[in-house]
Design a protein around this ligand. Structure first.
Ligand SMILES: NC(=O)c1ccc[n+]([C@@H]2O[C@H](COP(=O)([O-])OP(=O)(O)OC[C@H]3O[C@@H](n4cnc5c(N)ncnc54)[C@H](O)[C@@H]3O)[C@@H](O)[C@H]2O)c1
Ligand SMILES: O=c1ccn([C@@H]2O[C@H](COP(=O)(O)OP(=O)(O)O[C@H]3O[C@H](CO)[C@@H](O)[C@H](O)[C@H]3O)[C@@H](O)[C@H]2O)c(=O)[nH]1
Length: 441
């Protein structure tokens, strides 16, 4: 089946490559010439485990290609996926500028029956708006008989595990009330459904909301545990033990119960805010979601507060090491990462910062520049003469770090750990001042 993927970012590139792997013919398009020329030269613009080989194989076997020519790629395809960004607008709502631009390009280019699929996370009602815009454009082109369908097919992949998540989904959500579109979508996903992965049909509005509701639920679990971690600190309990005492209850389960320095990334923060905004526009109160967002904002400041409470308000001249810049391990994505916000706060106070991340240094350099920051490609180099180490991301290599070496390189044996990598008792025995999230000191 012929597919055009509009937007070749973290989602579009992964989904495009996976659909090609499933046997379809895919053209991934983007309006960023640097991205497309890199891809045409065999270079990936993002770090995502397993993606490079997948792209290489499918390009070699002529199922996957990349193009800047959106019109021609749309015109040749029967399935047109919209996978462009929906960043937060100033009021928290999802900014649909990129989506609507892509929709205009679709309306101006389709030649035969096509299914237009929203893969981007869009607020309820967006897919119907898209239908209206395309209808209008076809009317202007004198093509009122040209048929097309709209489908909402939200994406649930996680960065860092994206290829595996797409090819082994918990569920595939397809929103449409048109039997023809549903039949085509069934055919498209047959390589997955024939292996037993479930497809769930529903109306478009429910599919759009299912995406926001899923992210909001997961974000709620994290903020809940972060609030519990705060209580642990006050009463002398240990959040890791509390979690163990909860997760064996099958009704609760073990996922998304890790307390930490707050959730980041391009999805949870913006999607929680967007659903709050959608509800507010309709005068629906959102007490829980607002609390989730508020707790997260507070949590992202935790390491900065630890630094101030240990070293005092005057931080000028301090040298701090940072391990982990990406919002989670196995990705180079730094969007809404707690590390970036904290580094900004620290350098405003005159702190010199020495950072390490296995894959996100380049993105961080673009976002933060050079002022008061030195970038290191080795984790231990970043520790040299630092007054303390701050950990923001639970990369595997940090978890198995050599504590003796850390101690010998730091000026003071102080660690503020936003991901609870080490056992506090052991750290004390090793001679560290060690503060983590919700654990006994
Ligand atoms: N990142 C994730 O893990 C994830 C997971 C599920 C859903 N989503 C949703 O998927 C959407 C895309 O997210 P992302 O992280 O891949 O974004 P991204 O910023 O990485 O990629 C978007 C791409 O679209 C391109 N683009 C924008 N307008 C275009 C146009 N008119 N024509 C062609 N290309 C255009 C941009 O150049 C960019 O390369 C968002 O709505 C997001 O909420 C993201
Ligand atoms: O117990 C946990 C689990 C996660 N996090 C944090 O939560 C954020 C998001 O993590 P994760 O969900 O693993 O990564 P994403 O790639 O942002 O994926 C989420 O957002 C995507 C975009 O919408 C969805 O498709 C996915 O299903 C959803 O998990 C990260 O900062 C994590 O550090 C915690 O603090 N504690």
């Amino acid at each position: 089946m012929k597919i055009c993927m509009i937007g070749t970012g973290y989602v579009g590139l992964v989904v495009g490559a996976c659909l090609a792997e499933m046997g379809h013919q895919v053209i991934c398009v983007d309006n960023n010439p640097t991205k497309i020329s890199a891809l045409q030269n065999g270079q990936l613009p993002i770090y995502e485990p397993g993606l490079e080989r997948l792209v290489e194989r499918n390009v070699l076997e002529s199922r996957l290609s990349f193009s800047l020519d959106i019109s021609e790629s749309v015109a040749q395809s029967q399935f047109i996926f919209i996978a462009v960004g929906t960043p937060p607008a100033e009021d928290g709502s999802a900014d649909l500028t990129y989506v609507m631009k892509a929709v205009e390009q679709i309306g101006a280019s389709i030649r035969d029956y096509a299914i237009v699929i929203t893969k981007s996370t869009v607020p309820i009602g967006s897919s119907e708006r898209i239908r209206g815009i395309i209808e209008e454009q076809l009317k202007n082109r004198g093509l009122t008989n040209l048929e097309f369908d709209i489908v909402s097919n939200p994406e649930f992949l996680r960065e860092g595990a994206a290829v595996n998540d797409f090819l082994n989904p918990n569920r595939i959500v397809v929103g449409s009330s048109n039997p023809r579109a549903l039949a085509y979508m069934e055919k498209l996903y047959l390589p997955l459904t024939s292996k037993g992965f479930p497809i769930v049909h529903m109306d478009i509005a429910s599919a759009e909301l299912a995406k926001y509701a899923s992210n909001a639920m997961l974000a709620t679990r994290i903020s809940f545990m972060n609030e519990m971690a705060g209580i642990c600190e006050a009463v002398g309990a240990d959040i890791e033990r509390v979690r163990q005492g909860m997760e064996l209850d099958h009704r609760i389960g073990s996922y998304f119960l890790s307390a930490g320095v707050g959730y980041g990334g391009s999805c949870f923060p913006k999607d929680v805010r967007a659903i709050i905004q959608s509800a507010t526009e309709r005068n629906i109160p959102t007490h829980i979601l607002e609390a989730v967002d508020k707790v997260n904002h507070k949590q992202k400041k935790k390491l900065f507060e630890m630094v101030v409470s240990h070293f005092g308000e005057d931080l000028k001249g301090l040298k701090l090491a940072v391990w982990g810049l990406s919002f989670k391990p196995e990705t180079d994505d730094i969007r809404e990462a707690p590390s970036i916000e904290t580094i900004e706060q620290l350098r405003k106070r005159g702190v010199q910062i020495q950072v390490h991340d296995p894959v996100a240094l380049q993105n961080a350099y673009q976002a933060l520049g050079e002022e008061n920051i030195t970038y290191f490609t080795g984790p231990y180099q970043a520790l040299m003469d630092a007054d303390a180490l701050l950990i923001f991301t639970e990369w595997k290599q940090y978890r198995s770090a050599d504590l003796g070496r850390i101690k010998s390189l730091l000026k003071q044996a102080v660690i503020f750990d936003g991901r609870n990598l080490f056992n506090p008792y052991m750290m004390k025995e090793e001679g560290f001042v060690y503060q983590s999230i919700g654990r006994m000191k």
